[in-house]
Write a protein that binds this ligand. Structure first.
Ligand SMILES: [Zn+2]
Length: 268
């Protein structure tokens, strides 16, 4: 397996700077990048520059390996404003189509934050309605909608609730994104995988101290990576994508981060 790395915001870099950064990533053995909201908004602003960048990626042997869909507040599936929900679904469908054009396997979405004026039941109904709106597009483009387990202040912090939600749809193009950092804070990585593992299709791997979502490289926090990698291999028959979510800043950080994930690749 190969990790797909969380990119910096290439769209806000100067052209020379962005190419130098990408070249350094490739020279250090990086092969795949995560297609994310930053790329999406860059492409909306300047499609030609985005497409030039994709050609540069390909000349350096780098491709998109995974897709993190649009997220945060009005992009999350439980966004409660009825007036703007149809626009949110439309934009997800467009981004999903782009991800499918890059042959990506899954499109990660967040249920959303726990809006305090709504009951959790009502918020799950919003998530359900959004899944019903997006699933036909996912099926058509053969890309899997992956709901991410989240932190305690968000919906989807409780793996049992996510599993119960899944059983309402039980579709080949619906699954979960297992986020190791969120699981380590909210419950426990092994507990979450025992509940969700069967339908985990992609994973966000990063470390923390079990109290805050620090997004550290694997090995810099308190997750037991040997046991976690074993569980990912044995409990997740639908798992196809491996995503590295420790932040990528300058070259020295890339280097250290890439090495940490290389170690995991050798364990998988
Ligand atoms: Zn994540």
């Amino acid at each position: 397996m190969t990790f797909s790395f969380c990119p910096p915001d290439y769209g806000t870099m100067k052209p020379g700077e962005r190419e130098a950064h990408l070249t350094s990533f490739a020279e250090q053995g990086g092969k795949q990048l995560m297609l994310n909201d930053k790329f999406w908004y860059w492409r909306c602003r300047d499609k030609a520059a985005f497409e030039t960048f994709v050609r540069t990626m390909s000349s350096l042997g780098v491709c998109f390996g995974s897709c993190h869909g649009l997220w945060c507040n009005n992009n999350d599936l439980n966004w409660p404003d009825p007036g703007s929900r149809p626009m949110m679904w439309a934009e997800h469908r467009e981004f999903m189509a782009l991800a499918a054009d890059f042959n990506l396997h899954s499109y990660v979405v967040h249920p959303g934050i726990l809006w305090r004026h709504f009951s959790e039941e009502r918020l799950w109904a919003f998530v359900g309605e959004s899944v019903e709106q997006l699933l036909p597009a996912a099926q058509k483009r053969k890309i899997t909608l992956a709901l991410e387990n989240n932190l305690p202040e968000n919906q989807g912090y409780d793996s049992r609730q996510l599993a119960d939600f899944y059983t309402r749809y039980a579709d080949d193009f619906l699954g979960f994104c297992f986020d190791s950092g969120h699981a380590h804070v909210a419950e426990d990585v092994q507990t979450v995988l025992a509940v969700l593992g069967e339908h985990v299709v992609t994973c966000h791997l990063h470390d923390n101290n079990s109290r805050t979502d620090q997004h550290l490289p694997p090995g810099d926090g308190t997750i037991d990576w040997t046991n976690l990698m074993h569980a990912l291999k044995t409990k997740c028959p639908r798992l196809k994508c491996w995503e590295a979510e420790a932040p990528a800043l300058g070259s020295p950080v890339w280097s250290k981060t890439i090495q940490a994930y290389r170690k995991l690749e050798s364990m998988a």
